[in-house]
Each structure stands twice: as C-alpha cells, then as structure tokens.
Design a protein around this ligand. Sequence first.
Ligand code: PEP
Length: 255
Amino acid sequence: MRKNIVAGNWKMNLDYEQGVSLFSEIVNMVKDEVVGSQEVVVCSPAIHLSSIAKLSSGVNNVHIGAQNIHEAESGAYTGEISASQVKSVGANHVILGHSERRAFFKETDALLAEKVNAALKHQLTPIFCIGETKEERESGRFFDVIKTQLEAGLFHLSATDFERVVLAYEPVWAIGTGLTASPEQAQEVHAFIRKTVAEQYGEAIAEDTSILYGGSCNPSNAQNLFSQKDIDGGLIGGASLKSRDFLDIAKVFNA
Ligand code: PEP
C-alpha cells in the first residue's frame, strides 16, 4: 500500500537547543492532532539526530532522517557521515539527490546510485529527489531530465530494493522561491514518474510507490497539491521550521 508521508527538511538551520525544542513540539502536536495513517518524517542536521531519535522513540508515526550520507562504509573521509552511523543513532530515513546537493556539492547520478545502495544496505529509506531546473522546464526537456535521474540513480535496483525507496518530485525552480508548481503541473509530472516506474518495475510496484511533492509547499497550498491522484505527500523545507505550519500540512491527510 502506498503511504502518505509529510517529511520536513530542516537543511542547515537551527542550533542544537532550537532543533530539540522544535522537534518536541512536533512530536506533541502529532500525538494530539494527527489521526490518519500518514507518516511524519523530520530530516534534521546530523547534530540533532541522536537526541530527537530518543524523543520519537515509541511514537509510531514519527520518523527521523539525515539529509545526506557518504557512499562508503567507513574510513578516511573527514567530515562525512556513513549510513551505518546514521542508522546507529536511530534514524531510518535519508534524503538523497536533493537539488542543493546536486548543485552545490556536484553530486552526480552515478554517485547518488552508490549512496542509495549504502542507505538500503543499512536499512535507511532513501527519500530520493528528482526535478528539473527553470531552464529545463522552459525548454520543455523536463520529462527527459526526470527520466534520466530515475534511470541513473535508481533503476539499477532490484524490484525488492526499489520498493523501499520514497520519491520526491522537487522542481528546482520552486524550492525556497515561493513559486509553487500548480497542482496540475505537479500532477502531470507525478503521473509521468509513476508511468516511468511502471515501465521498469511493473504496475503493482508503481502503484505502491510514494511520490512526494516538494517546492514552497505550505499550509495554504498543501490541500490542493495533496488531493492530486499521484501526489502522496510532501517534502517540506521552509515550512517545516514552524511546528504549526508543518503540522497543518501533515494534517491534510487527517481527512
Ligand atoms: C526542500 O528543500 O526540499 C524544499 C522543498 O524547500 P521549500 O519547501 O523551502 O521550497
């Protein structure tokens, strides 16, 4: 069964105390207000993971994740964090392929494929981001771009492994810009992603794949986006830093 997921991406924000305090608020609000079967995931900076894992322990519908891992098992990679280290503090998700990592850290599809393997090996659910730039949308090449990102980053996986991946369509032009894809624009791409997955892994797996939308999602536009047939939740940046906004987005799936 396809899951509805609302995942927050805190990016490089919040000091230790601020992060723990925001996460406590989120956990309490989820306990009081979330009544559906949706999952809430918080992807924090690495400094918070161990503490927030303890706060979410025993809360079934709240999960935590990292925002990146290194592809190697361990070793001389100063400043990096491995999948097994992330897993060891109690996290169970990791964002991979975010456009900021692709752009600022030059992460290629081939590297991301290795990171996906590392995540799955250590029982982390990859939230795998794909999406086109403004220029790629305007030139009409966006379907090709998205197909290539799927093929090169994920389609080496067996069907059993692919089923453990969550996808996030994040048009780069909509991230942190206040520009949101219209529900129709987003649905068009989500349907294309599902069709592309079906061609590779079959209809049943495609139907079960959760595909999140990300890009300036907020409490005012979440309802319209999430009511689209192929949109199964959101990856939320800015609005995940405010507990009230984040919860209001998660609560769209209460209905
Ligand atoms: C993101 O960074 O994944 C994101 C969707 O950011 P924002 O919601 O701020 O556009």
